[in-house]
Design a protein. Structure first.
Length: 379
């Protein structure tokens, strides 16, 4: 495992985490001044991608997949720092330099590691922030309940940490299965998840709901867990990750996928999902302001319905990357909903139909890290 040496970068973000959390984050009203898994809209130091290659399931459509990842890399790295994990760092670095402008290249670093697949959301670190440090929690990834090989992906976090690019305290939770796409937090004590995923016997079969809940509260610094019992997209093989269904947003807002087509087989279940979401309150006992996301028209490949969802967006520093699926009218509705949930943010559409062909989308392919984590000055 190695690290590509890249051109000189601007000085890294201030790593005085105590000062950062005391002044910037509390001022922004998004950190409750205690140890906690931070919200996605917390100030970021950058994002991780894990790059597709010939040894992944992307091989039959590697060309079009690479085009999508180049677009993702551009949209991220022109705004903030980007770490890319790849088993082919020399080849990829030359390719990136031929495809991206210098302002993007200056924000990119590569980490060399063998990989099974590319879904960084589910194999990357989860970041728990306190006044004095960022804990980088390394959970076990088992290929969504042993559906797919994941041994190489499960070792990526150690490679990233050993590279020196990730600054924080390594915390080993490799005896507990947990994917980043299965949980949502507001950074103020509330965690949103689905019972269909976290309580599935293909994750942590020996543990009860009570044990899982107590562990999450202890490890992630949350006090209030909302268990969503309804909602599942056809073609989804994650066992109903929350980031395909509903997302917590700033100021007590909650975005969710609304199925408004009674002809859909899942229509009744999504009505139940919406009703349950309306019954939820946050850790402070306040109900959410629900904002619906549109139901995409069916996206089908090789006779298979794919799990298209506008809930699979990524929040950056002052921008939101929104997955789109060649449906301009639906895209426009989704953009309006995101603008309502994230006022003042740029809403950036990114075509993601190709990602659906392996049953994921934009949020699944990325993982954000809070400010203070990425150290780009160690070359």
């Amino acid at each position: 495992m190695g690290l590509i040496s890249l051109p000189p970068e601007t000085p890294r973000a201030d790593l005085d985490l105590e000062g950062l959390l005391r002044h910037e984050s509390v001022q922004d009203g998004i950190f409750s001044h205690k140890r906690t898994l931070v919200a996605e809209w917390y100030p970021q130091s950058g994002v991780q991608l894990t790059w597709p290659h010939e040894q992944t399931d992307w091989a039959p459509i590697l060309g079009e997949t690479t085009t999508t990842y180049i677009r993702l890399a551009y949209e991220i790295a022109t705004r903030e720092r980007l770490i890319i994990v790849t088993p082919e760092p020399d080849t990829l670095w030359d390719f990136l330099k031929s495809q991206l402008p210098h302002r993007a290249i200056a924000n990119i670093r590569l980490v060399s590691a063998e990989t099974n697949d590319t879904w960084a959301r589910d194999h990357a670190f989860l970041s728990v922030v306190s006044e004095h440090t960022v804990e980088l929690h390394d959970y076990k990834f088992n290929g969504w309940g042993d559906k797919f090989e994941a041994e190489k992906d499960n070792a990526i976090n150690r490679a990233l940490f050993d590279s020196g690019l990730a600054h924080g305290t390594y915390v080993n939770h490799l005896n507990f299965v947990l994917e980043g796409g299965s949980i949502e937090t507001d950074g103020q004590g509330t965690l949103l998840t689905t019972s269909r995923c976290l309580l599935n016997p293909n994750r942590n079969p020996s543990l009860s709901r009570e044990t899982i809940e107590a562990s999450l509260k202890d490890w992630l610094g949350v006090e209030h867990i909302l268990w969503l019992d309804y909602g599942h997209l056809e073609g989804d093989d994650t066992d109903a990750h929350i980031d395909t269904l509903a997302r917590l947003c700033p100021d007590g807002k909650l975005l969710f996928v609304r199925c408004d087509n009674p002809a859909e087989e899942c229509y009744e279940e999504f009505q139940q999902m919406e009703a349950q979401l309306r019954s939820f309150t946050n850790a402070q006992g306040q109900p959410y302001e629900l904002i619906p996301l549109p139901w995409p028209e069916a996206v089908v490949a090789d006779g298979e319905r794919l799990p298209a969802t506008y809930a699979n967006y990524l929040v950056l520093n002052r921008a939101v990357l929104l997955p789109t699926y060649n449906q301009p009218e639906k895209d426009a509705i989704a953009i309006k909903a995101l603008s309502r949930a994230f006022p003042g943010y740029d809403i950036v559409p990114v075509p993601c139909t190709t990602l659906l062909k392996q049953h994921g989308s934009l949020h699944c392919a990325t993982m954000q890290y809070p400010k203070g984590v990425f150290n780009f000055t160690n070359e």
